[in-house]
Design a protein around this ligand. Structure first.
Ligand SMILES: [Zn+2]
Length: 214
């Protein structure tokens, strides 16, 4: 119960865009299962509530991450932690595999507006076209649209907030969060960590397709 109070206070200190992971306290819970909720598969009884409308005070004890979209792709990329560590930098690993967040305004793609395709850093899946990127001013790369059927959404109750986490459908890599304050025509903002993405410039994109590791 005490934790609940702290999480509410904590939530009120947060910005809408993300969480600064340099904060060392983990006020929400000490339950390991919810901290390492890496799996985005499972359970049929997930009638996910609307993510924005729930007052924090009404949160009942429940898993921090709860699937919204079903990921039934049988060709998932599954690797061990050691395998991920071998192909990702420490920062990429922390964000993609441990749901971290890079500091605002520090990512290499925050002010990057070249033509091309943004891919998943974990598996190479093409996620966003540069034509859907815009300057939201929030400090992270923002897109109003993702490529079809590439991103899974999950309710994220960490840090006493209710947000919608976005992950790569293929490798379950954490990308960031989606908010409903985006521009037309979609009205949504995919707020993505630069470290979660790679980039293929438009001219190269025509010659070679993104590498798809198995
Ligand atoms: Zn991926």
């Amino acid at each position: 119960m005490k934790y609940q109070f702290y999480t509410i206070v904590f939530a009120s200190l947060m910005t809408s865009c993300g969480v600064n992971h340099n904060i060392t306290t983990e006020p929400v819970t000490t339950d390991e299962n919810s901290i390492k909720a890496n799996t985005v598969t499972k359970s049929e009884n997930e009638q996910a509530p609307n993510n924005t409308a729930i007052p924090v005070s009404k949160i009942k004890p429940q898993p921090q991450f709860e699937p919204i979209t079903k990921s039934q792709d049988s060709k998932k990329i599954v690797k061990t932690d050691a395998e991920w560590k071998a192909i990702l930098t420490p920062a990429e690993y922390q964000i993609l595999r441990q749901k971290g967040t890079e500091r605002a305004f520090t990512g290499k793609f925050d002010k990057h507006y070249k033509e091309g395709t943004y891919t998943c850093k974990g598996c190479g899946t093409a996620l966003f076209d540069s034509t859907t990127k815009y300057d939201s001013g929030c400090g992270w790369p923002a897109f109003f649209k993702a490529k079809e059927n590439t991103i899974a959404e999950t309710i994220d109750r960490s840090y006493g907030m209710i947000r919608t986490e976005i992950t790569c459908k293929k490798c379950d890599g954490h990308l960031g969060h989606i908010f409903d304050d985006g521009p037309n025509p979609t009205g949504v903002r995919y707020c993505v960590n630069s470290a979660s993405m790679g980039f293929i410039p438009a001219d190269k994109d025509k010659q070679a397709k993104p590498a798809q590791k198995k």
